[in-house]
Design a protein around this ligand. Structure first.
Ligand SMILES: *Cc1c(COP(=O)(O)O)cnc(C)c1O
Length: 412
């Protein structure tokens, strides 16, 4: 039943990305000339330091003792029973310290900063999830931490702003343009340009200029490696299907590589929001076209003028107008299928997992679960492993205000 791909998945991880950071035609590093040396320094450091036994052993220890890894794989017996014959399993990244997968790459980036002798880490954040994970890493490693955040987002995300400050990070308000994520990215790059000698820039997903899509993937890959082994141990076989939500795409790229060379179907779930009209969704791979944004070439959603289109999702971690270059590549090669879930389907999945399993998922992760529930209803899949990328405490106020306590959604 194995399809023929013109990529050898036996050797895939050695060959992709290439030295310039390309996955086929996607990826690369489109940078202002002044920043080229800074990114080359990170690439160089990554290639030497991160493959040293000292680094690997230290990261292993941190994952176990600080993050609480390995996170378990869990069989959703009640939910599966209600859905029919397909069995649904979760990789519980919601149980990773700070409640989501993002800490996996932030601890890797923080450790690299420490090994490189940097004093400070900087980044931008939209909804604040990346900022909180990075502030956590900075506190652990004793590094200074500047998080650039649009003023509009600061006003909306008070709890995350408070978390970052309690963790000792400096939240730098960005007050130009629309005062949201895009301007925060510009401001963080501007700051990095000035202080890169003592600083390292830490990107929050498998996006941005090379080496970040590769580096963040490599730091996240622990998720899939653990899950594959745990699933085999639990059931004696592999799942036939693996599902993850895709914003920038880091939790999905954490999961997929371990299964690329197996007879396992892979699905990324993109946010369809309120529907397919421009501005109502953030399904970049489903509706986008090739383009360069934030220093890398990928598939992005464009407006009439060719700039990044306005995007929307109920899950703030997914509303990004592009996706990591490796997703664009795996999409083009047909190795990963990209499907969508609407806000409504996502909310239904959110309440079903809460009511039937006692696990309140993040709205981002609820997209992956919504995809799995749709597939379970088709009854073509035997066992679906879902990456539950994070916990939903952060989303509760919003959900209750807009959808109540979910009586309507939790019924089968
Ligand atoms: C940020 C976030 C995502 C989306 O980011 P990816 O890079 O696409 O994984 C998904 N789930 C949770 C819980 C998040 O916080």
């Amino acid at each position: 039943m194995r399809k023929n791909y013109d990529v050898d998945f036996n050797t895939y991880l050695k060959e992709y990305p290439n030295k310039e950071g390309y996955f086929g035609q996607y990826g690369g590093a489109f940078l202002p000339p002044e920043l080229v040396p800074a990114f080359e320094e990170i690439t160089e450091a990554y290639q030497t330091i991160c493959h040293s036994a000292k680094f690997i052993n230290e990261l292993r220890r941190i994952r176990k003792e600080f993050q609480g890894r390995p996170t378990p794989v869990y069989h959703c017996e009640r939910l599966s029973g209600m859905l029919g014959t397909t069995q649904i399993y979760l990789k519980r990244e919601d149980l990773n310290h700070t409640g989501a997968h993002k800490l996996n790459h932030c601890m890797g980036e923080g450790l690299l900063a420490k090994f490189m002798g940097k004093k400070k880490i900087i980044a931008e954040t939209g909804a604040g999830q990346h900022g909180v994970a990075l502030a956590t890493a900075a506190a652990y490693f004793g590094l200074e931490c500047d998080i650039y955040m649009g003023e509009v987002d600061i006003a909306k995300q008070a709890p995350n702003v408070a978390r970052m400050k309690v963790l000792g990070a400096r939240v730098v308000p960005v007050s130009h343009g629309l005062k949201t994520l895009k301007e925060a990215v510009d401001a963080a790059f501007g700051a990095y340009l000035k202080e890169y000698k003592d600083t390292i820039y830490c990107i929050g997903s498998v996006v941005g200029p090379h080496p970040f899509p590769m580096m963040v993937r490599d730091f996240q890959m622990v998720v899939g490696i653990e899950a594959r082994e745990q699933f085999l141990e639990m059931t004696g076989i592999l799942p036939d299907t693996v599902v993850a939500c895709v914003g920038g795409g880091s939790n999905a790229m954490g999961m997929f590589p371990a299964f690329l060379n197996d007879p396992v179907e892979l699905y990324g779930v993109e946010p369809m929001g309120r529907g397919p009209a421009m501005g109502d969704h953030a399904a970049s791979l489903t509706y986008g076209e090739e383009g360069i944004l934030h220093g890398f070439n990928s598939i992005m959603l464009k407006d009439e003028k060719g700039g990044p289109a306005p995007v929307y999702s109920i899950a703030s971690g997914l509303d990004y107008p592009s996706s990591g270059p490796e997703h664009a590549f795996l999409h083009e090669k047909g190795r990963v299928n990209y499907i969508t879930a609407t806000d409504e389907e996502t909310i239904e999945a959110f309440f079903k997992l809460s009511r039937y399993e006692g696990i309140i998922p993040a709205l981002e992760s609820s997209h992956a679960l919504a995809g799995a529930i749709k597939m379970a209803k088709e009854r073509k899949h035997r066992a679906i492993l879902v990456n539950l990328s994070g916990r939903g405490d952060k989303d509760l106020d919003y959900v209750i205000e807009n959808y109540g306590f979910g009586e309507k959604y939790s019924q089968f």
